[in-house]
Design a protein around this ligand. Sequence first.
Ligand code: HEM
Length: 159
Amino acid sequence: MIDIVVARITHLVFAAIWAGSVFYVALVVLPLARDGVFNSTKPLETVSGKLTTISRVSAVVLFLTGGHLAGRLYTIGGEGQGLFTSINGQLVILMVALWLALAGLVEIGAKRFESGLNGKKLREPARDALPVFRIAAVVAVGLLVVGGLITSGALVQFL
Ligand code: HEM
């Protein structure tokens, strides 16, 4: 039982950190960089590097805690709430797909951004990376919505 509590809290904390940092970079940092507010590539390299680290660590923690929760709360084929057959189970599968998308989008966006910065450009790499990060931000918020749907049981009640 305690393992479920620890896994839940850890899962939630890293979900918030990951989604929040991607959202902030897409909404605040990259638009400022695109508009030429920064006059050196250094702070932006740090932003991108730290975001990549936050993203990778969060992806691993969420996979491990989420995998543990899925193993403890869902069943495959047996008695109880089926991972593939129940509505919440299917939402968990959707969560995994979105998890993969978010991790991939942050890697692609950061690579685009950093390779431009390495060429000593400032505004252009931000403009190129912005669409990728905007999609990533939508996916991140979508993940929190899916989490909310699971915990509230909204779809189970109304479908
Ligand atoms: C491989 C990746 C992941 C797996 C296997 C996974 C799995 C799960 C499972 C099994 C639950 C509990 C469902 C239940 O209570 O019935 C859950 C809850 C949740 N997940 Fe994930 N998840 C993953 C990634 C993510 C990501 C990337 C985010 C957000 C950035 C996220 C956000 C949430 C939220 C907000 C909840 C609800 C919190 C709670 O009930 O404690 N998950 N996840």
